[in-house]
Design a protein around this ligand. Sequence first.
Ligand SMILES: *[C@@H]1O[C@H](CO)[C@@H](O)[C@H](O)[C@H]1NC(C)=O
Ligand SMILES: *[C@@H]1O[C@H](CO)[C@@H](O)[C@H](O)[C@H]1NC(C)=O
Ligand SMILES: *[C@@H]1O[C@H](CO)[C@@H](O)[C@H](O)[C@H]1NC(C)=O
Ligand SMILES: *[C@@H]1O[C@H](CO)[C@@H](O)[C@H](O)[C@H]1NC(C)=O
Ligand SMILES: *[C@@H]1O[C@H](CO)[C@@H](O)[C@H](O)[C@H]1NC(C)=O
Ligand SMILES: *[C@@H]1O[C@H](CO)[C@@H](O)[C@H](O)[C@H]1NC(C)=O
Ligand SMILES: *[C@@H]1O[C@H](CO)[C@@H](O)[C@H](O)[C@H]1NC(C)=O
Ligand SMILES: *[C@@H]1O[C@H](CO)[C@@H](O)[C@H](O)[C@H]1NC(C)=O
Ligand SMILES: *[C@@H]1O[C@H](CO)[C@@H](O)[C@H](O)[C@H]1NC(C)=O
Ligand SMILES: *[C@@H]1O[C@H](CO)[C@@H](O)[C@H](O)[C@H]1NC(C)=O
Ligand SMILES: *[C@@H]1O[C@H](CO)[C@@H](O)[C@H](O)[C@H]1NC(C)=O
Length: 492
Amino acid sequence: MMVETLSLGRFHHQRLDFKRWIPAFLTSHKTLFTCLWIVAFVSVFVWQRNLSDGFFLFGRVPVRPMPKLRPIAFNLTDFGAVGDGITVNTEAFERAVSTISKFGKKGGGQLNVPPGRWLTAPFNLTSHMTLFLAEDAVILGIQDEKHWPLMPPLPSYGYGREHIGPRYGSLIHGQNLKDVVITGHNGTINGQGQTWWKKYRQKLLNHTRGPLVQIMWSSDIVITNITLRDSPFWTLHPYDCKNVTVKNVTILAPVFEAPNTDGIDPDSCEDMLIEDCYISVGDDAIAIKSGWDQYGIAYGRPSTNIVIRNLVVRSMVSAGISIGSEMSGGVSNVTVENVLVWQSRRAVRIKTAPGRGGYVREITYRNLTFDNVRVGVVIKTDYNEHPDAGYDPQALPVLKDISFTTVHGQGVRVPVRIHGSEEIPVRNVTFRDFSVGTTYKKKRIFQCAFVHGRVIGTIFPAPCENLDRYNEQGELVKRSASQNVTDIDYDI
Ligand SMILES: *[C@@H]1O[C@H](CO)[C@@H](O)[C@H](O)[C@H]1NC(C)=O
Ligand SMILES: *[C@@H]1O[C@H](CO)[C@@H](O)[C@H](O)[C@H]1NC(C)=O
Ligand SMILES: *[C@@H]1O[C@H](CO)[C@@H](O)[C@H](O)[C@H]1NC(C)=O
Ligand SMILES: *[C@@H]1O[C@H](CO)[C@@H](O)[C@H](O)[C@H]1NC(C)=O
Ligand SMILES: *[C@@H]1O[C@H](CO)[C@@H](O)[C@H](O)[C@H]1NC(C)=O
Ligand SMILES: *[C@@H]1O[C@H](CO)[C@@H](O)[C@H](O)[C@H]1NC(C)=O
Ligand SMILES: *[C@@H]1O[C@H](CO)[C@@H](O)[C@H](O)[C@H]1NC(C)=O
Ligand SMILES: *[C@@H]1O[C@H](CO)[C@@H](O)[C@H](O)[C@H]1NC(C)=O
Ligand SMILES: *[C@@H]1O[C@H](CO)[C@@H](O)[C@H](O)[C@H]1NC(C)=O
Ligand SMILES: *[C@@H]1O[C@H](CO)[C@@H](O)[C@H](O)[C@H]1NC(C)=O
Ligand SMILES: *[C@@H]1O[C@H](CO)[C@@H](O)[C@H](O)[C@H]1NC(C)=O
């Protein structure tokens, strides 16, 4: 309503201006009338259009006022920043953060990033801070890796993920913080990952690439109403955090040739909610993790109490929602619901290997839709990628208590591939109300090995023989005689 009133005001104002501007050659009343009529018609048309867009008239820059969410708010330009896409604004960001850090006891401070292209090297956030990105505000990551500081490896990984030793920090970084909000009117944080991906492929980098946003050892984190794109590496990486909410965030990277651009990687995190997001990236849209082999086991911090809901995700290279493969601290109590996975290689996947240790348990998938995915449900227990030879092959992960309820879709080649092994059997798996349209007319497309569990009611396509069959009333119809038989076929 306020926008309408404002626009109306502008509209009258503009029309008056038009009257003043009527050129002298319009002498005849008829021409004048026709012109006025056209002007009025066009004005009303433009006004209508702009109203629906929430924009003001005649191509004016839409300056949607930024709400004040903290007792004190600063403008990035107050610190000398220039949003021309060329000036490097690292010092402005650092000064702003340092200023805001002084207001922690008074409810914190807000940093408004106005429309513009704000190039910067990595910088740190502070506690009790809100970073607010206006509509058309873009924070751009500087591409030259010389400006990216190196940080020690994550303790639960022992290494940078790709190289031994230190790793690049993240563009927007925070550690040991409390109460941090990154939000806006759908402004963008753009990592300009293209140069990183190219250098990675050409093996020109000596250290693991940095994430776009990484928050470590922190609590009460809220990330909403923004767009994250083209991260050099994982996009959003909350590490050993508690109480994290990610809501209404768009995450984008090219679906091919943007290596390891995972969307969101909750890593040893507790109490995390991810909802109402659109994610289309070059690796897993979401991958829940908790450390890597002996380093993750020693660190011993699980990812737990995680809710993921109301998402649309796409991954042509990896999977929509993954757990692992680094899960050595354990992953438990995860709910994934109301998720559409489209045009993807895999929909939902749990991946692990001997050496990981830890567990994946109490995982609930509910109301999933698969639309043109190659493999729907995947559990893989031989994802043999290890940090070094020091891992313990006897450290066997436990996979159990996993349920799939209400899974539908179409265009799926292999609906289920649960590849347990003698060492790592998959226990207590439940399928209920599962029916997906398939693209492949072959018998064994619901594939299992070393799986223990049940199907309840009618399942399509026909489930593997490894699972017990119950009717809708929960009565046993047929007990499986062969939980360990293998009909895994990677050629399909
Ligand atoms: C921030 O500063 C810029 C440049 O001085 C100005 O155009 C803009 O209106 C300011 N924005 C806010 C929200 O104060
Ligand atoms: C950010 O903080 C970390 C941890 O205190 C520090 O190692 C790093 O150098 C800081 N990064 C920048 C760009 O100041
Ligand atoms: C999501 O963010 C957009 C852009 O900021 C906003 O217009 C929309 O209202 C938000 N939706 C919700 C549900 O918060
Ligand atoms: C936010 O911006 C992204 C990228 O420009 C766009 O794809 C998305 O639809 C926008 N989200 C909303 C809610 O307007
Ligand atoms: C990687 O190391 C090599 C050898 O020390 C050096 O020549 C090269 O500049 C380094 N590359 C980067 C991106 O730091
Ligand atoms: C979680 O964080 C939000 C946002 O800072 C806060 O409002 C809420 O009180 C926190 N919840 C708990 C249980 O601490
Ligand atoms: C997201 O944006 C919408 C629309 O501007 C707003 O109503 C909502 O409060 C915002 N959400 C958060 C959590 O900031
Ligand atoms: C599982 O996680 C949900 C959501 O975070 C939480 O409400 C619930 O209490 C957790 N359950 C257990 C057994 O911890
Ligand atoms: C199931 O998820 C879809 C989104 O994929 C949503 O539109 C629908 O409302 C959900 N159904 C239920 C019963 O929650
Ligand atoms: C099997 O898993 C379900 C959840 O999927 C759980 O409710 C049930 O208690 C588990 N059964 C056993 C025997 O642990
Ligand atoms: C199936 O394999 C599991 C785990 O490897 C083992 O405990 C069980 O005895 C095997 N069952 C049969 C019938 O061989």
